[in-house]
Design a binder for this molecule. Structure first.
Ligand SMILES: [Zn+2]
Length: 749
């Protein structure tokens, strides 16, 4: 009875699904036949008993002492997984010292070894052939621990990890080329029963192919990540490796946003395959922006994948045929949704921070592309975007603007609202500078003003409070944004060379707590435009000189992070550290009312940040090297520790470079430092750079005093401060007296 009831329900749902598929929008959503097979996959009939069977995947070594593999049902004739029950171990030793050291911290000095009785393997690399070869005829004990692991992992992928593994497997299932994906979900007994060992030729953490992670709440984090060990052996391991299956060349975007901030988009995306056999394209799109349809080069509807917005909503497009390496293809995505942007009242619109690089279908990490964009926003709103303004008109009840790009951009972005605009230019550079603020406060500020009224009305004497909030306006400090832009563009052009955009818009956003920088477009927190009294009364204190630094920091990102992109997560300090150090140049040059107090305080604050314990009791300086980037955040170290390392230590490292290159014998002691930075910014303009790229150019400019190992290499320096956990300081005995850190705080020029 119960069984038939469930069966009945299932049939009804299936029928409803079919009727929608034939008539409604999204007809080809999530129903490509092989995808459905992967989504609903079961354990098949084929069982393989093994004894003392060793399976090696890169430096990961599984020893299956005894037990049973049950292969999953084939999809399109391909086996994509197996469930293991029995007794086994998994050993891993990373191929490079920095990863060995970091893993040893997590294992408290022990070699990493996990024991387990159950595991799910998913693969497209032909693992099933190795399993079959290892088969023994006598039956081996089945621990039973593998029972249910397939269903459990599938549920967790959807609900917790929010990753559509089936969409990734489909790339290889539909391709005529052999896949190389291998991922093991290990029910470990030693460290975590939610352990994942993941290998992906397209990068698990791009571009690095191999990673080990855990995802139970108490131990969530990345334990180690590295390139294929063969790449280290061959000397080819590099952050600059391009192993995405395709690149995006051009995006033609047509975006409409109505009064309630509902976004409707049409994206015409041109890609080029970077390998043979590309047929499924994995893309990044904000989960609440729902795809209605995808069409191909002849206007034909294409299959696509986008599951529930609260689950594994990864977007993927199934092309009508395989592409050869170097072949281009253009497809069109129609999508719409709320929550990527919100209407904050008073003509203020706020883009979710996490939607700012995923409001159009793109790649998830630093990749340069060209953009042509048309935006439709409600009449009276002004929109400012990355690139060059081509046309800006009011049509009916819409304000329409068109934007194009002269150079490839790392990302496209926009801001809009009932903006007041002012224009200026730097004193020497051929550059257009603009500031955009909204004179009308968002509702959250209006509410504060009203609560001020109530306080006075109730006789509690908040007269000053009311007066301040009553006159609060972001317009009066537009001149501060313009002034900072004028000075910073001059200063940074002198230090780093010309940025390619020739325009910069400083814009207000309703967030009180962060700034952000896109090519030619800076977002400043609304609090930036308040005076210090108002900020104090709102509870936004000027912690560590934040409001002096946020503008110059974001402007510096026009060079670091935008003009020069990042090759991988390991290079984050080239963006944030360089931007912070640039801000210190700004303080040194312009905040001179009290000598260099602000500049010195900035560097004292950086030290404080590095040595301040967080609530997990960790000091950022101790948790690991700069080159681990945001990976340093995990359940044990805390999820705030990486930021407190990358920004200040990254800034320190560049400041150390500056002082090592300092030459007091010439009129401008920064001459060599400027030459270094000019060359770095010019060589890597409009593309990505890695830590190693920066090191190579530094080695051209290094002084004899810096050649500590007499080999014309800066390895000693990078090994200590970038790949290592040394506190910024010098081997004083071997360097000239001009360079010690102590000198930074006593210099007056
Ligand atoms: Zn930044």
């Amino acid at each position: 009875m119960m069984k038939s009831f469930i069966h009945y329900l299932f049939v009804c749902l299936a029928v409803a699904g079919v009727s929608q598929a034939q008539t409604g929008p999204g007809a080809l959503a999530n129903n490509e036949p092989s995808y459905l097979n992967l989504r609903n996959i079961h354990v098949g009939q084929e069982t393989i008993h093994v004894k003392n069977f060793t399976l090696k995947r890169d430096v990961g070594i599984f020893l299956f002492k005894n037990g049973v593999f049950r292969l999953l049902e084939p999809v399109k004739g391909k086996i994509t997984g197996a469930v293991f029950s029995g007794e086994a171990t998994f050993d891993l030793k990373p191929p490079i010292p920095v990863e060995q050291k970091y893993l040893a911290i997590l294992t408290k000095g022990q070699p990493y070894q996990e024991n387990f009785g159950g595991a799910l393997l998913r693969f497209t690399d032909g693992t099933e052939e190795e399993l079959r070869k290892a088969a023994v005829t006598d039956s081996t004990p089945d621990s039973g621990e593998g029972n249910g692991v397939l269903a459990e992992v599938q549920q967790q992928l959807k609900k917790k990890l929010k990753t559509n593994l089936e969409a990734r497997l489909l790339e290889d299932v539909l391709s005529s080329h052999q896949g190389e994906k291998f991922i093991a979900f290990i029910k470990g007994r030693n460290y975590s029963n939610k352990t994942i060992f993941d290998i992906d030729p397209h990068g698990t953490m791009k571009p690095e192919e191999v990673s080990l992670l855990t995802w139970d709440d108490a131990h969530a984090g990345l334990w180690t990540v590295f390139h294929y060990s063969k790449e280290y052996a061959a000397g080819t391991a590099s952050s600059s490796e391009q192993n995405d299956p395709f690149r995006i060349d051009h995006q033609k975007l047509d975006i409409s946003i109505n009064k309630s901030a509902y976004l409707t988009g049409v994206a015409e995306t041109t890609i080029t395959a970077a390998q043979h056999g590309v047929v499924v394209l994995g893309l990044d799109l904000f989960p609440t922006l729902r795809v209605d349809a995808v069409t191909g080069d002849k206007g034909q509807p294409l299959h696509f994948i986008q599951e529930d917005k609260d689950r594994d909503a990864d977007f993927a497009v199934v092309l009508p045929r395989e592409l050869k390496k170097g072949e281009s293809y253009t497809f069109t995505t129609r999508y719409s949704g709320k929550d990527a942007i919100s209407n904050e009242g008073g003509g203020n619109y706020y883009q979710m921070a996490s939607a700012r690089d995923s409001w159009y279908p793109g790649l998830s990490f630093w990749s340069f592309a060209r953009y042509d964009m048309t935006f439709h926003v409600p009449k009276g709103m002004q929109l400012v975007a990355t690139g060059k303004l081509v046309r800006n008109v009011e049509e009916g009840n819409e304000s329409v603007s068109e934007w194009t790009t002269d150079v490839p951009l790392v990302a496209a972005g926009f801001n809009f609202g009932k903006f007041k605009r002012e224009q200026g230019k730097p004193f020497k550079q051929p550059y257009i500078l603009e500031t955009y603020v909204n004179p009308e406060p968002p509702d959250v500020i209006k509410d504060l003003q009203h609560s001020g009224d109530e306080f006075e009305a109730s006789g509690k004497g908040h007269v000053i409070w009311l007066k301040t909030l009553g006159s609060m306006s972001t317009v009066s400090l537009m001149k501060k944004a313009m002034g900072e832009a004028q000075l910073a563009v001059e200063l940074y052009t002198e230090y780093f060379g010309e940025a390619p955009y020739k325009r910069l818009a400083m814009t207000q956003q309703t967030s009180p707590s962060f700034g952000q920088s896109f090519p030619g477009l800076v977002f400043l927190p609304i609090t930036y435009f308040f005076d210090s009294t108002t900020r104090h009364q709102l509870g936004w204190e000027d912690a560590h000189g934040y409001f002096k630094v946020v503008g110059p920091h974001e402007i510096a990102h026009q060079w670091w992070g935008n003009t020069v992109g990042l090759s991988s997560y390991r290079d984050q300090w080239l963006s944030e550290g360089f931007a912070d150090m640039s801000a210190s140049l700004f303080l040194q040059a312009f905040y001179t009312q009290h000598g260099l107090d602000d500049y010195h305080k900035f560097w004292a604050d950086q030290r404080w940040l590095l040595t301040q314990k967080n609530k997990e009791g960790k000091r950022p300086i101790d948790v690991g090297p700069l080159s681990l980037g945001y990976r340093l955040d995990n359940a044990k170290t805390g999820f705030d520790v990486a930021t407190s390392l990358i920004y200040p230590k990254g800034a320190y490292v560049l400041q150390m470079v500056r002082f090592m290159l300092r030459d007091e014998s010439v009129q401008d002691p920064d001459t060599h430092f400027k030459a270094l930075m000019h060359e770095f910014a010019k060589n890597y303009a409009n593309r990505s750079a890695s830590t190693e790229d920066f090191k190579a150019i530094l080695e051209k400019y290094m002084t004899p005093e810096m050649d500590i190992d007499s080999n014309h290499k800066m390895d000693w320096f990078f090994n200590q401060y970038v790949y290592g956990t040394e506190y910024p300081s010098y081997r004083l005995s071997t360097l000239s007296a001009q360079t010690p850190v102590a000198m930074w705080c006593s210099r007056s020029n």
